[in-house]
Design a protein around this ligand. Structure first.
Ligand code: URA
Length: 433
């Protein structure tokens, strides 16, 4: 009881029901989320419930109710009065994944509004806001009114921080999962991501669900299950949702960090950049524009003829950033060279992500700052032929004391052999309702 109110359920009963493999009844599940958000259910009880979900899973209907309860914990935005279609993208996160940066302004070229509410990085996967904050002056915090105005204007695309009013239950639960080993559960990931996206009010959503060593889901079967669960949640809530299953075994592109990922994004917007980054940007843009009713939009032309670059500059300026200002460069660098002649046969995404994080590109605690110039620049990727002594990658940091632990993470993470490894397309499958 709090303040004389009689609570209709007991948290321990709800925990036991899930612990023993049962289905939690709808009203009890809604109450659990609401009571946790209000502070009546404790962190210890919710952590125990999250672990029970991790171990026992949830039925589709329970996941739907959980998602709905998290949406109901906060505000719901609406872009209905914009007079434009809205379409968003969410990536489950990976190493070197900077795709949101070129993608949002590229899609906006076609008159579609992109409400990209993003987060900061925790652990080895970088955060879109951290990358953009390496642009001098750029502002992540926008009011709902500012966001709406930017989407309605010719700029069309917004990348900004999700306000605290959106799915506060998820904010609290995600922080708890992060410190209790309960992040990698499909019902919890799906409800966490989709509660925020549905509450955001987008008309359509494309999910980039990653599998492989640098992703939440190591194997494609689990990634497929996560994708199907999220596509069903979006579709049932009236958000046109599709997903692409994409390979995250190798870092995406050549830059891992913050400022260097912005540089690589600008190369893509100028019609160049690494082939894998361009391939994924184009595939996701086509998917988003199809959902917005423009399946034939020529997105490659918009990258090649300067329209996407103009759109990027307008988006950055609208949030007080200077798109032409020089970006931070590292004080200290350390180059790793090829020990022998051969072909790069392996570059494992996860250790490269961990190494970049140890260099200062990511944070260990939510309140830590990131070092914009820290990170890794790859000079070769799997399949490339190299000669002994040729640079393979460069580590960058503000302080050379960061190098030994980063190099330790990279031991055994790459290899040079005689033959090129088998290649496969980045986009492996498309999942629809
Ligand atoms: N991103 C989220 O927002 N939630 C998760 O649970 C995992 C990734």
């Amino acid at each position: 009881m709090t303040g004389g109110t009689i609570e209709p359920f007991d948290a321990v009963d709800v925990i036991r029901a899930k612990r023993d493999g049962g289905v939690v009844p709808e009203k009890a599940l809604r109450w659990m989320v609401d009571a946790y958000t209000r502070g009546y259910v404790s962190d210890a009880q919710m952590a125990s419930f999250a672990m029970a979900i991790f171990q026992r899973g949830m039925e589709r209907d329970e996941i739907r109710v959980l998602t709905d309860a998290m949406i109901a914990s906060g505000e719901r935005m609406s872009f209905q009065s914009l007079g434009k279609k809205t379409v968003d993208k969410h990536s489950t996160g990976g190493v070197g994944d900077k795709i949101t940066l070129p993608l949002a302004p590229l899609v906006a070229v076609f008159g579609v509004a992109v409400p990209q509410l993003s987060g900061r990085g925790l652990g080895h996967t970088g955060g879109t806001l951290d990358k953009l904050e390496s642009i001098p002056g750029w502002r992540a915090a926008l009011s709902n009114e500012e966001m709406f105005a930017q989407m309605q204007s010719d700029v069309g695309a917004v990348i900004c921080a999700a306000g605290s009013g959106l799915a506060p239950a998820d904010k609290k639960l995600y922080a708890l999962r992060d410190v209790t080993g309960t992040v990698e559960a499909i019902p919890l990931i799906a409800s966490s991501i989709m509660s925020k996206k549905i509450a955001e009010g987008t008309d359509a959503l494309v999910l980039d669900v990653k599998f492989g060593s640098g992703a939440f889901m190591q194997d494609i079967d689990r990634a497929r299950e996560l994708a199907r669960t999220m596509v069903a949640l979006g579709t049932d809530s009236g958000v046109a949702t599709t997903a692409l299953l994409t390979d995250m075994n190798v870092p995406l592109g050549l830059a891992i960090g913050n400022a260097n990922e912005v540089r690589e994004s600008v190369e893509i917007l100028a019609g160049g950049g690494p082939a894998d980054v361009r391939e994924l940007t184009v595939a996701l843009a086509r998917e988003m524009l199809s959902l917005a009713g423009q399946p034939d939009a020529d997105v490659e032309a918009a990258l090649d003829d300067g329209r996407a670059m103009d759109s990027w500059k307008a988006m950055i300026r609208a949030q007080d950033g200077d798109p032409d200002a020089p970006l931070a460069t590292a004080r200290e660098t350390h180059v790793v060279t090829a020990p022998v002649d051969g072909v790069v046969s392996q570059m494992d995404a996860l250790p490269f992500g961990i190494a970049a994080w140890r260099l200062g590109a990511g944070r260990a605690r939510a309140e830590d700052p990131v070092v914009f110039e820290a990170g890794i620049d790859l000079h070769a990727k799997p399949g490339d032929r190299v000669a002994a002594g040729q640079p393979l990658f460069t580590l960058s940091a503000a302080d050379e004391a960061r190098f030994p632990r980063a190099l330790e993470a990279l031991e055994g993470a790459w290899a040079i052999g005689d033959d090129a490894p088998e290649t496969s397309p980045i986009v492996r499958e498309r999942i629809t309702a």
